[in-house]
Design a protein around this ligand. Sequence first.
Ligand code: HEM
Length: 461
Amino acid sequence: ELRRIPRPPHRVPLLGDVLGVDRHRPLQDSMRFARELGPIFRRRAFGKEFVFVWGARLVADLADESRFAKHVGLGVANLRPVAGDGLFTAYNHEPNWQLAHDVLAPGFSREAMEGYHGMMLSVADRLTDHWDRHLAAGRTVDVPGDMTRLTLETIARTGFGHDFGSFERDRPHPFVTAMVGTLAYAQRLNSVPGPLAPLLLRTAARRNAADIAHLNRTVDGLVAARRRSGGGEGDLLDRMLATAHPRTGEKLSPENVRKQVITFLVAGHETTSGALSFALHHLARHPEIAARARAEVAQVWGDTPRPGYDQVARLRYVRRVLDESLRLWPTAPAFAREARRDTVLAGDHPMRRGAWTLVLTPMLHREPEVWGEDAERFDPDRFTPAAVRARPPHTFKPFGTGARACIGRQFALHEATLVLGLLLRRYDLHADPGYRLSVAERLTLMPEGLRLRLERRPALT
Ligand code: HEM
């Protein structure tokens, strides 16, 4: 019943709805179509029809796990050569998904998170040292670059006992360059007709193969080092290498471990880096919000130089700043859902078993019926407990939904809240008045070219 779903009026034979598209910003392009065409719409590209959904009622129905499940398609499917049957890219029916999920989930329990806290703090110290040096030299700071240094070091050290030395380098670590290459390539594959990809993207495909080889080499080295040194302190890598499934006794195979390590190193830092970067952008733009957040930090942390685990969870307003940042620019901006059996979406749209649709999270998060006509306005008070209770379920989905939702959610939120607290306490953040937010896409979102000027606040006594 595709005919009832709105589509753009002008179509080019063969190519489809590609008029006026921005090849490098497919998500923002779809957001434009969404605004014109409404809560469900379709676009055609290279002979294939894609259905996009963002209306609150439709998304809430797609969240019904008894009728729908994650679909591994488009960008996620294009990452299979990189991450194989790792947790993020595994098909629902692949046995390694359940196995890895059960083995790794305890690595994200509250106790595990408390164990990571000290390491997170020490990585944050590296960031503030780095920023202090920039400040002393009268330089502005590269926000996305430095947030990526921070989040990569955090996941690498807490999860894998590995030090990439990101803050000691002027340029991004080659692991990051290779990762960004594979993400951008996976995104680009969506914008060329499948059969022609090998021809059109010959050079890019060669570079992509080299990028994947680099990721594999890095990971193999890291695993070999751990095998040589014996166990770590029960971190993610130890779990991957040594933990048997509590019921079946099965362990992850060496090939699967490689895929999991890549998955966690990439998924574990790229989106958190974007979330922190957008939050810093908004804080610099809204000094009154920054002042309120800073007052909370002062109240909850007092003058403890090193806040404890519980003191981070108590930063409720800082957490709202983060939620509101993830509302406007959810850094993993879409997820796909497929029908488990023949069904009717929201009583309106028949779907055959296996049919799928892409949820446009940034548009769901701007749905006027839920967020109001001022949905574009940055306002952390949309996340007060009362406001959250008043909203229908499934209207805020930055971490996806259901069994395949983000396993690292608490990890990301703890890390990001801690770092925002530390930065707010230490610096006043000044936006460049000439900067216009520009959102770069490489499957994930990042505020491109964002630099801030810092001013040191009075040191703690
Ligand atoms: C899955 C977002 C941080 C690891 C997901 C999904 C989303 C998401 C939307 C579901 C994708 C889908 O349905 O196809 C985010 C955001 C983050 C973040 C916005 C930061 C702000 C992290 C961190 C880790 C992580 C820190 C690891 C330490 C994963 C993994 C999956 C996943 C392994 C796949 C889970 C599964 O299918 O079982 N994430 N994520 N993420 N995320 Fe995150």
